[in-house]
Design a protein around this ligand. Structure first.
Ligand SMILES: Cc1ncc(C[n+]2csc(CCOP(=O)(O)OP(=O)(O)O)c2C)c(N)n1
Length: 543
């Protein structure tokens, strides 16, 4: 039906309304003259626009909001320098499977033929790190936003870029349809020989193991996977991103693997003795080299349920079912009676060995910091953690009883994500207590976003591990027998910086001070930075 004159919307309004219809309520970014119209349309559509200090951090805030709401994230940047500032977070969204709509302004294509200031090919920069990149076209903006949302959310989610020419944004689109965004229903595996063989393998198995990954989260299939594991007494290893799929105090939960050699030393030998491996939403993009070809699918049945066909070549499987993972697990167990597993008690022994490898009872140090905050933060509280030595140790120690309660960049593994992830999560779920853990170098990358916390009046607690060192890289440098260079830096007074930016700042050097600071921070009106001082070398031999 053709719209009446009164309802004719501009290109920017059509995009904004489409995003609103998809559930988006928050957008983040830094405007320039070229995107003012888009910003205005977002707000008019009912999507709050949050001004950030750096576009890249804005993308992580959008991701944090996505984890809390399930709606795609929105990042807005102006042309040229604005667009280029977010390259890291777009690559991150691609690797971490985050549905992110990246809106940028651009000069009109006709103008770009004879004008060079701030002009380069945005789409060429973003093509390898997005699921799709589009230039909006007059008369097809309605189709564009529908396609962008579908592509960002279907299968394995990821970022989609829309470049909107300056003069198209305010242009009325008289023939536009109202946005219709239909999330495709996922497919269950069809009956057939592959499914029958998989069922037979489950029925025969005495030593099954389940490896759970983040595709369970975006498909809402975590509970189905946990129930399957419990009903069939199958021990569960997760990636870092999938921690909490099975509450980690469950005897069957073996915690997260993939990044810590010390943890993998315990986990991989157990996998080697399994007689059935079930991969549930497992995506090896989070895993290091030890997880390349960790099994031989000709020797042990490996049954994979994935959101989309795997083309990664990282490992091989016996049967692969792409589509609805919960439906896949239901089809697998259909008609199979659970029986006793692991009569040798090996998974319980692995769990004990993992706990012994990562003791958290030290009087002070990085493990004590994780342990103490875990005791204070309620089970539904959300923690974010940056990249560095602190992340690997914390991810092994931190127990999640629900999924999406430890957010991190575990595929791209970028620094500078923890603070903005926490900001986005807190903004989208104000009742949820949120703590960000970061190294001192990681925090120094994004210090300006403390001012964003101030402006948004969010009482996020930021715990910074202060050791004046790029600890993870210093360990590698020393391990390689290289001279110390480029890994040490001066100690920043983070408490003073926090106060200067309108927040609270506290220095702590023991468990009691830390506990008190976290408790006070969670009750405060504004943000708190807790500078937790640890010794250089505190991570040596720890992961
Ligand atoms: C954007 C980015 N730059 C560089 C790296 C490489 N890198 C990984 S960890 C790390 C050190 C981080 O230091 P800090 O934040 O102090 O944490 P720590 O290792 O001391 O826990 C570096 C430089 C990275 N992952 N991301």
């Amino acid at each position: 039906m053709a719209p009446t004159a009164a309802t004719v919307a501009t290109a920017a309004q059509i995009i904004a309304r489409g995003l609103h219809a998809a559930g988006c309520r928050h957008a983040f970014g830094m405007p320039g003259g070229e995107v003012l119209c888009v910003m205005d349309a977002l707000v008019e559509a009912g999507i709050a626009f949050h001004l950030v200090k750096h576009e890249n951090a804005g993308g992580y805030m959008a991701e944090g909001a996505y984890h809390m709401t399930g709606a795609p994230g929105i990042l807005l940047a102006t042309l040229g320098p604005g667009m280029a500032n977010a390259v890291n977070v777009i690559a991150n969204a691609e690797q971490e499977r985050v549905p992110l709509i990246y809106l940028t302004g651009c000069v009109d294509p006709a103008e770009a033929l004879g004008y060079t200031h701030q002009v380069f090919d945005h789409r060429a920069v973003l093509a390898p790190i997005t699921k799709a990149t589009f230039m909006a076209e007059d008369g097809a903006v309605d189709t564009l936003i529908e396609r962008a949302l579908t592509i960002a959310t279907e299968g394995r989610p990821g970022p989609v870029h829309i470049d909107l020419p300056v003069s198209l944004a305010p242009k009325e689109q008289p023939h536009a349809r109202s946005p219709k965004y239909t999330r495709p229903a996922a497919m269950a595996p069809a009956e057939g020989p592959a499914l029958e063989a998989a069922r037979a393998a489950l029925a025969r198995s005495k030593r099954p193991i389940l490896i759970a990954g983040p595709e369970l989260l975006f498909q809402g299939a975590a509970e189905a996977a946990a129930a399957f594991a419990r009903d069939f007494a199958i021990p569960v290893v997760t990636t870092y991103k999938a921690k909490g799929v099975l509450p980690e105090d469950d005897p069957l939960a073996l915690g997260g693997g993939g990044l810590s050699p010390l943890a993998d030393e315990q986990i991989l030998p157990l996998i080697e003795t399994a007689d059935l491996i079930v991969l549930a939403g497992y995506d090896p993009i989070e895993m290091r080299h030890a997880w390349c070809d960790p099994w031989d699918p000709d020797q042990v049945p490996v049954i994979e349920f994935a959101a989309a066909p795997n083309r990664h070549g990282v490992h091989r499987v016996t049967h692969s079912f792409a589509g609805d993972i919960a439906a896949g697990l239901a089809a697998l167990r259909d008609g199979v009676a659970p029986s006793a597993t692991w009569s040798n008690g090996a998974p319980a022994e692995t769990k004990r060995a993992l706990a012994a490898a990562f003791p958290a009872d030290e009087s002070w140090g990085p493990a004590a910091i994780a342990d103490e905050v875990r005791q204070v933060l309620p089970a539904h509280g959300v923690a974010t953690v940056d990249s560095g030595a602190h992340r690997i140790l914390l991810s092994q120690i931190w127990r999640c009883s629900q999924p999406r309660t430890l957010l991190q960049s575990s595929a791209l593994g970028t620094m500078g994500c923890a603070l903005p992830l926490a900001i986005g999560a807190k903004l989208a779920a104000p009742e949820t207590p949120v703590v960000a853990f970061t190294g001192d170098a990681g925090l120094e990358m994004v210090l300006g976003e403390l001012a964003t916390l101030r402006d948004l009046k969010l009482p996020v607690v930021v715990v910074v591990f202060v050791d004046a060192s790029l600890a993870l890289i210093e360990i590698k440098q020393r391990g390689a027998g290289l001279a110390n260079a480029g890994v040490d830096f001066g100690e920043t007074d983070f408490a003073a910086v926090a106060q200067a930016l309108g927040g609270r700042g506290v220095d702590v050097t023991n468990r009691a001070e830390l506990r008190q600071a976290v408790e006070a921070g969670l009750e405060a009106e504004t943000f708190t930075v807790i500078a937790a001082h640890i010794d250089r070398g505190a991570y040596d031999g720890r992961f």
